[in-house]
Design a protein around this ligand. Sequence first.
Ligand code: GDP
Ligand code: MG
Length: 439
Amino acid sequence: LSEKLQNVFKNLRNKGRLTEADVKAALKEVKMALLEADVNFKVVKQFIKSVQERAIGQDVLNSLTPGQMVIKIVNEEMVSLMGSETTEIPLKPSNEITIILMAGLQGAGKTTTCAKIAGKMKQKGRSPLLVACDVYRPAAIRQLQVNGEKQGVPVFAMGENQNPVNIAKAAVEHAVKNNMNVVILDTAGRLHVDEEMMAELQNIKAALDIDETILVVDAMTGQDAVNVAKSFDETVGLDGVILTKLDGDTRGGAALSIRAVIGKPILYVGMGEKLSDLEQFYPDRMASRILGMGDVLTLIEKAEAQIDEDKAREMTRKFKKAEFTYEDYLENMSQVKNMGNIQDLIAMIPGMGSQLKNVDLSGSEAQMKRTESIILSMTPEERANPDLMNMSRKKRIAAGAGVPISEVNALVKQFEMMKKMMKQFSGQLSGKKRSKFRM
Ligand code: GDP
Ligand code: MG
C-alpha cells in the first residue's frame, strides 16, 4: 500500500502544473489505497469527492510542488474527517463519581483496556474502581482481578450467577463508601452482535447514571469494526470508541471509517498487550498511518519554514542523488540546526523511519561546533570528494582541528552512513520507474 501511494505522489512531483486529469488520476490511486487499508467504501467515496473538490482549481502554493499540494490536501481532509483534535474521556469533578461503561465483542480487548484506563485515571490522581460485570466466564473475573492488581487498582466482583445490573449498582455504592470517583464497568461480550448482549448493556444504562459508554473494538477486524460500532451506537448509544491492537500491521482504516460513520470520537488506541500500552489518539498520525506515507506533511512544513526554496530543492536533489559532500554538510549546517535533528528530518521521509531506529545522527550544539571545525580543517578538495578520505588525511585533519582522531573517524562514519541511507532512499523513490521521471 505504502509503496503504491509513494508511486502516486512521486509521479506528481516535479510536474509543472496540476491538471484536473492529474488530480483525478492520483485520487483514483488514493481510493484504491484507502480501500486496501480497509476503509469503508462509502467513506472512501465521500472522502475522494471532497478532496477532489478542494484540489481542482486550487492554486498550488508557491513553495510546494503540485504533488506535495495533493499530499497536503489529502492529509488535511483525512485529519478533519477523524476529528482534527485529540479527545479525552470527560470526567466529573473529583467529588463526584464518573461511571464508565465498557462495551464490545468478545476478544476485542475490553478487560485489558479497562485496566489500562484505570491506570490512566490513577495517573490523573483519580481513585478508580474496576468492576467485573462479565459473569459468564469465571476466567474473565480472574483476568480483571489480575490486571487490577498489576495496576494497583481495586476490583469489585461478586462472582458468577449474578445479575450484571446488581453488580454495577453494588459497585457504585462501594465506590461512594470508599471515596472512589471513577467506576469502570467491564462487561461481557459475545462473538457476534447479539440481542442478549445489547439488552444487558441497555439494562445497565437504564439502571445507572452512566456518564460514558465506550466501545472497545479490534482495529484488525477492519470493515467489521464499522458495522459493530454502528450497531452498538444504534442500540446502546456510544460516547466514544477505543481502537485496540493497532500495534499489529493493520493500517487502521477502521479509525477513519468509524469516525465518519458514527461520528463519535476515538478516545484512545491500544498499542499492545501490556497495561501501559494505551495511547492518545492523534488524527494526524493516524492519517499518515492509513496513507502509509510517513510524516510527509511535517517534513514539508519544516522544510518550508526553515530553508529557502532553492536551497531546499538543491539539497533534496543531492539527497536523492546521494551526492552530498562535506561542503554541503557545512553549508547547510546552520539550516540543518534550525530544522532540528537531522535524524528526525530523515525519519520523516517515507520508508526511512524504520531504518533509522538504531542510528544516532543527532548532534548537540557543541558537537556541531566541533564538526564544523573538523570540516573546516579539510582541504576544499577533501570536502568536495569524500572518497579521498584516508588515514593520513584524517590524522592531519584531526591535528588541524585540535580534536582526537576518533572524532574525525566518527564524523566520517556518520557522514558515510548518511550517504548510504540517502542512496537507499533515492533507490526507494525511483524504483523501477526511474526512467519515467527525473528526480
Ligand atoms: P475482552 O474479551 O474484550 O475482554 O478482551 P481481552 O481484554 O480479554 O483481550 C483479548 C486479547 O487481546 C488478550 O490476549 C489481550 O492481551 C489482547 N489485547 C487487548 N488489547 C490489545 C492491544 O492493544 N494490542 C494487542 N496486541 N493485544 C491486545
Ligand atoms: Mg473480557
